[in-house]
Design a protein around this ligand. Structure first.
Ligand code: PLP
Length: 342
């Protein structure tokens, strides 16, 4: 089976499992797990942030960030493609009682002027109070596109002037760092809070970290507890994260190369209307009008290839390359694509 649905389907390699088995652990609800502490410190050092906290999922890390930055009735400004709006089960309203102001723009990226226009004037009490801006890098529904990090400083300044928090949903921040050779410290300098996933491109079975300013994150321990994310001897999982940070970041370039090669082949297919310009490990196919999508699904399924058929929209299919999509999978898949006529 060649599984291109997501980079979340990876399983820990034997070296990662060994690191997990050897982890020195304690009760992290008491703040006594040395391996969790080590992971949190490593993330702080990496991004130049003051404080970090381990979470079971990226969704919980993002939801905690929204809770920390807002009060019920406040508004969050984000792109209409964003994960926090589309794929967190309505958590923004459920957990924090916030509404979203949605911005447009290609590939899940918005213009700073649109963001400025979206901020409700503070004394205009008829409108919800704007309180938080959320960026996503790389963009998921936007096809793995990367923000130009040069704009972060300007965005930060606008947020500061308008008393808005600034959160980065960095589930795939690693892909962006590698694709653009950016210095991770740029993130710590500009964002109040940053969530990162260890369980996507980096190949961990579970785990996310919320990192950022101490002034904000000092309250995260209570929110995480309320959300049910206080975990006990979780150093076994943090050890996987440490292993992944040490070993699996640089190699993301391989996933990006494979995705670019796949896109090149896909462009030749007559069922493809458009493809995103592949910057990292995500390919989103937009199908031609009147295309029989089921025929495509049936063809690839019969060849033991699965993709994300539905979550990006009815006329779209998403493919994601990852750690467990091997060189031989890649060779086989390119051959399948070559002979594919639908
Ligand atoms: C996957 C993802 C998350 C978090 O997902 P979990 O499955 O809860 O870990 C957040 N943001 C983006 C952009 C994602 O792709």
């Amino acid at each position: 089976m060649i599984d291109l649905r997501s980079d979340t389907i990876t399983k820990p390699c034997s070296n990662m499992l060994e690191a997990m088995l050897k982890a020195n652990v304690g009760d992290d609800v008491y703040g006594e797990d040395p391996t969790v502490k080590q992971l949190e410190k490593k993330i702080c050092d990496f991004f130049g942030t003051e404080m970090s906290m381990f979470f079971p999922s990226g969704t919980m890390a993002n939801q905690t960030a929204i809770k920390l930055h807002t009060l019920p009735g406040n508004q969050v400004i984000t792109h209409k493609y964003s994960h926090v709006f589309n794929y967190e089960g309505g958590g923004g309203s459920f957990n924090s009682g916030v509404s979203f102001k949605l911005l447009d723009g290609p590939k899940g990226i918005f213009e700073i002027n649109d963001m400025i226009n979206a901020i409700n004037p503070k004394n205009f009490y008829h409108a919800p109070l704007s309180k938080l801006v959320v960026l996503e890098n790389t963009t998921n529904k936007g096809g793995g596109a990367c923000w130009d990090v040069e704009i972060f400083h300007d965005i930060k300044k606008v947020c500061k002037d308008h008393d808005l928090g600034l959160h980065m949903d960095g589930a795939r921040i690693w892909n962006s760092l590698i694709a653009n050779k950016n210095n991770p410290l740029i993130y710590g300098e500009n964002f109040d809070t940053i969530s990162v996933c260890l369980s996507k491109g980096l190949g961990c079975p579970i785990g996310s970290v919320l990192t950022g300013k101490k002034e904000i994150l000092k309250n995260a321990i209570r929110i995480r507890k309320i959300f049910g994310g206080g975990m006990r001897q979780v150093g076994y999982l943090a050890a996987a994260g440490i292993y992944a940070l040490n070993n699996n970041i640089e190699r993301l370039a391989e996933d990006h190369n494979k995705a670019k090669q796949i896109a090149k082949e896909l462009k030749k297919k007559n069922f493809v209307k458009e493809l995103n310009e592949v910057e990292t490990n995500i390919i989103i196919i937009e199908l031609i009008e009147n295309c029989n999508k089921q025929n495509i699904i049936d063809f690839f399924t019969a060849q033991n290839v699965i993709m994300d058929w539905h979550s990006m929209g009815l006329n779209k299919i998403r493919l994601v390359t990852h750690l467990d999509y091997t060189d031989s999978d890649h060779k086989n898949f390119l051959a399948i694509l070559d002979k594919c006529v639908i």
